[in-house]
Design a protein around this ligand. Structure first.
Ligand SMILES: Nc1ncnc2c1ncn2[C@@H]1O[C@H](COP(=O)(O)OP(=O)(O)O)[C@@H](O)[C@H]1O
Ligand SMILES: Cc1ncc(COP(=O)(O)OP(=O)(O)O)c(N)n1
Length: 273
């Protein structure tokens, strides 16, 4: 029986691989009841982003009020928010509704290069949303853009970048290393309470089909936090989830295909049978 509830506040990906669609699939696969607040509609497929249509602030506010005033959420994730006004509104409503276990994925660019956060929204992200987060999950280009520093290119520099991000107020930073080269995909978790940094390492899977990996990882963390798991355990399960999903990624469409959100559950069922 599903008893835990998670909310994603993010953009819709018509192609189904990232955004709200990836988040809801991930929640379901991890046995958490999923709810959504849609901030932006994107016309998107494996070839790229063909259109971005921000929703009216009233629409975003009404969705948040509907869900949080009645059903509530054990954990909340934010993804593509696109404008400074949407970010400020979301931050205000999260505080008003006393949202728990907030995971902020500071989405800025799609893998095809499309901009998913307006340049002028960066200050609102840093000042209003990041300080509310339990965990933030930037990839390396996002982390460096937030800090206003040049991109890093090796895993040894990840620690300093992640620790600098803690100064913006989140309780944990999970810096994702998918954009580095090398035979391993290394993510680094650092905590504001001074506990030991932890690396989460998997073999790097040779595939171009990684559309939606960041959304999927962050929503898996959110699902596990909704169940009351500590952050370290939530990230560990999420890393296993995304590694399984990438291992079975889907060669559909003519560009960067999505991952298989059902792969983790199928692998576990196989082990148990
Ligand atoms: N080729 C790959 N093989 C295995 N894991 C990967 C691969 N690419 C990304 N990952 C993992 O997927 C997750 C998302 O990482 P990343 O690609 O850095 O973020 P984003 O999708 O936000 O750009 C991280 O856990 C990362 O380590
Ligand atoms: C609507 C929407 N939200 C987020 C993203 C970016 O997703 P991400 O998981 O970072 O994956 P890539 O786009 O980088 O493959 C998106 N594309 N669309």
């Amino acid at each position: 029986m599903i008893t835990y509830k998670a909310l994603t506040i993010a953009g819709s990906d018509s192609g189904g691989g990232a955004g709200i669609q990836a988040d809801i699939k991930t929640f379901q696969e991890l046995d958490v009841f999923g709810m959504s607040v849609i901030t932006v509609l994107t016309a998107q497929n494996t070839l790229g982003v063909q259109g971005v249509f921000p929703q009216a602030l009233e629409a975003v506010e009404a969705q948040m009020d509907s869900v949080l005033s009645d059903i509530g959420a054990d954990a909340v994730k934010t993804g593509m928010l696109f404008t400074a006004d949407i970010i400020r509104l979301v931050a205000r409503k999260l505080q008003q509704h006393k949202a728990q276990n907030l995971v902020v994925d500071p989405v800025m660019y799609a893998k095809g290069g499309a901009q998913l956060l307006q340049q002028e929204a960066m200050d609102a992200l840093k000042q209003t949303l990041l300080p509310l987060a339990k965990v933030i999950t930037p990839n390396i280009p996002e982390a460096c853009a937030i800090l206003g520093i040049p991109d890093i290119h090796n895993a040894t520099d990840m620690r300093a970048v992640a620790e600098k991000l803690l100064e913006l107020g989140p309780q944990y930073v999970l810096l994702k290393g998918g954009h580095l080269s090398g035979t391993q995909a290394i993510d680094l978790l650092v905590a504001a309470d001074g506990s030991e940094a932890v690396s989460f390492i998997s073999d790097r899977i040779e595939t171009p089909h990684t559309h939606g990996t960041g959304c999927t990882l962050a929503s898996a963390i959110t699902a596990e936090l909704a169940k009351g798991r500590p952050v370290n355990e939530a990230v560990q399960t999420a890393k296993q989830f995304i590694t399984a999903a990438i291992s079975h990624s889907l060669n559909i469409g003519g560009g960067i295909g999505p991952t298989d959100h059902g792969a983790y559950r199928r692998a576990r069922l196989h082990v148990l049978s």
